[in-house]
Design a binder for this molecule. Structure first.
Ligand code: WT7
Length: 633
């Protein structure tokens, strides 16, 4: 593509950035990957990773959409994230630099992190956790969360991390659905100077969950918590016992064996358990980090997401370690005690790459540029964005104020399901604020209409992915039919993956993601299903029926508005509406709390009884409600 011909607001990378990047010529690499996809990934997989046993075939697509990658290979992602570094100088390099909200700091070298992971792996093995078991992890953003995940992977168990912002009901349904036998949690987490009482919330779930045999609790905040004798154990007590042996074998796994499940919200009903594997996920997540964020040995990489989401799984825990990089992790809120906290840490730790979400940027932007301007941010060389479309205004602020106009912004589009970046620039690619640019090398992205025909430039359509990739989810845990139905049935004839987003493609082939086409709401970048929030509302005795929609918000992207029909006998009042908001907070977690509740007598429905959320959305935003021919009354 000739630079002169590009349309719109274009930011070109400097020649220095292009020359020093791992991939200076995107088009050439993309063409190579497109010409021979298995050959492309096979070459990378042999060059950058260690396998106990090589694969027989890179890609098996004979049973699509149940794709297999690196067929018959033996591997463990932890072997590549930790074990192999023990033989090189990486052993003495910082793997993780941590700062707590109160200012406490800890640094783990690769050797030290490996030591902790080995000990904890021995502990959970002694509790009977082994290959194929499920372990639920419910913790704050602290190093032990990473240690727990790695220990599970090391013994071959599947972790299921539940975000610490979720509450009892959400935790319970995820424990039950996965049949976890062990829960790893902590007494509490620091957030905005206060304690989130995770162990108390966990007790509410574990008491009712049938499968949990043991609970391991990390002491973080030190407040009094209830420990059930025989069931609950302190992490530090266990780690001091002889069972916590540093001599721990890494389980030899098949490349296609599950590494973890991670629940994410979907259109209907229960959350979906996305399943990722040891082999393909390792190759895909590590390669995308290396190329997109151009990881070099001297970098200090800061992915400011939560490890409880896929962003943290892929880009805090696994791929930085597989690349032998130094990661920074911060426990608390960006504004605690003041809105300069992040910038202070960028200066203090000389962060070179910062990866965060539009909602965080917009949130910090509100406080004005005098906060970041007080700090030396010149160590930064690349910036990143993820979670929802970034509005050009926030992009430009991030670029000018934080990046001093010299740091390219990698706007990465991907999903829990995709495991790694899918639509993303590389540092050598010209940028347009608000566009995630094009598919990663080998990823065939398109925007199509109902029939699957490509739409004209700048027309809205369905985003589709036309080729498989190594880090793709393999199935929904224990629900393969739903996997096929949700992601592969819309364009089954063509064999395309449907992410559930709408998008436009411009004259230059750049993708502009618009938003979800289903009943999923992005609040501060977090993905919430209307169904889960609605069932939390209906679990309140006063509520008969409810419908939830997302309403655009300047900082959070969307906020939640709920409509409720009350049961006979319940009286509508301001205080009841407040009570219902609080109820969702306790059931599901603070992030799912509706900002507005409207108590109504009826909801717009189709004749078949489906709630028409689009009508509610249009009404709320004062727009035309559109075609109402399917409305029941
Ligand atoms: C959905 C996936 C992948 C990590 C965090 C979210 C939206 C994500 C972008 C982006 C526009 C984006 C999409 C997608 N999304 N990144 N750069 N530009 N939209 O993972 O919770 O599975 O959510 O987030 O709607 O489908 P997730």
């Amino acid at each position: 593509m000739s630079d002169q011909k590009m349309t719109g607001d274009v930011y070109y990378p400097s020649p220095e950035i292009v020359q020093s990047a791992h991939i200076p010529d995107f088009d050439a690499v993309h063409a190579e990957a497109t010409a021979d996809l298995p050959g492309f990934w096979g070459k990378i997989a042999s060059a950058d990773f260690e396998w106990y046993k090589p694969w027989r075939k890179v890609l098996d697509d004979s049973n699509a959409p149940f794709y297999k990658w690196f067929v018959d290979a033996k591997v463990n992602i932890v072997h590549n994230a930790l074990d192999r570094h023990m033989r090189t100088a990486t052993r003495n390099k910082a793997a993780l630099i941590f700062e707590g909200e109160k200012g406490d700091t800890r640094t783990y070298t690769y050797q030290q992190l490996n030591h902790e992971v080995c000990k904890f792996a021995s502990v959970i093995r002694s509790m009977g956790v082994s290959k194929g078991d499920r372990v639920t992890i419910y913790m704050g953003r602290i190093p032990e969360l990473m240690i727990a995940m790695l220990a599970c992977a090391k013994v071959g168990a599947m972790h299921s991390v539940v975000y610490g912002g979720f509450s009892t009901e959400a935790l319970l349904s995820r424990i039950d659905d996965s049949d976890s036998k062990l829960l790893i949690t902590c007494d509490g987490a620091w957030l905005r100077g206060k304690i989130i009482k995770l162990k108390d919330i966990a007790n509410g779930a574990v008491d009712r969950a049938g499968t949990i045999q043991n609970v391991i609790c990390v002491k973080r905040t030190g407040h009094e918590v209830e420990m059930v004798p025989g069931r609950d154990h302190w992490y530090h007590d266990l780690m001091a016992l002889p069972i916590a042996s540093a001599d721990a074998e890494t389980e030899v796994m098949d490349a296609e064996d599950p590494l973890f499940i991670l629940y994410t919200s979907g259109t209907t009903g229960r959350p979906k358990a996305i399943l990722h594997t040891h082999g393909g996920y390792m190759v895909g997540s590590a390669t995308t980090l290396k190329w997109v964020f151009d990881i070099k040995p001297e970098d200090v990489w800061w992915c400011a997401a939560d490890p409880g989401w896929i962003t943290g799984h892929s880009y805090i825990v696994y791929s930085p370690l597989v690349n032998g990089a130094t990661s920074f992790m911060y426990e608390g809120a960006p504004t605690f005690p003041y809105p300069d906290r992040w910038w202070k840490m960028v200066e203090k730790y000389k962060i070179t790459i910062l990866y965060t979400a539009p909602t965080a940027i917009r949130g910090l932007m509100r406080f004005g540029e005098s906060w970041p301007n007080r700090y030396d941010l010149s160590s930064l060389r690349l910036l990143g964005s993820v979670g929802e479309p970034i509005n050009p205004e926030a992009w430009k602020w991030y670029h000018r104020v934080i990046g001093a106009e010299k740091c390219p912004i990698m706007d990465t589009w991907w999903q829990t399901e995709t495991g790694n970046f899918m639509i993303t620039p590389l540092p050598s690619v010209p940028l347009k604020p608000g566009s995630a640019t094009r598919g990663f090398p080998g990823v065939q992205i398109d925007v199509v209409d109902e029939e699957g025909d490509p739409v004209a430039a700048n027309e809205e359509g369905f985003l589709v992915i036309k080729s498989p990739w190594p880090a793709m989810m393999r199935t929904l845990y224990q629900d393969p039919d739903r996997y096929v139905d949700v992601y592969w049935s819309r364009f089954s004839e063509q064999g395309w993956y449907l992410p559930g987003d709408s998008a436009k493609k411009d004259e230059d082939g750049y993708i502009w993601v618009i938003g979800r086409i289903d009943d999923v709401i992005k609040v501060s970048g977090y993905r919430l299903g209307t169904a889960e929030i609605e069932s939390a509302l209906v679990s309140h005795p006063a509520v008969a029926e409810s419908a939830v929609i997302g309403v655009p918000d300047e900082v959070r992207g969307n906020i939640i508005k709920a409509y409720c029909i009350l049961n006979a006998g319940a009286t509508a009042s301001e205080s009841l509406a407040e009570e219902l908001k609080a109820h969702v907070g306790t059931e599901m977690g603070p992030i799912a709390k509706p900002s507005m509740i409207e108590l109504v007598d009826s909801l717009p429905k189709t004749r078949s009884g489906k709630i028409m959320r689009r009508v509610l959305r249009a009404q709320t935003m004062g727009q035309d409600v559109g075609d109402l021919s399917t409305l029941a009354d």
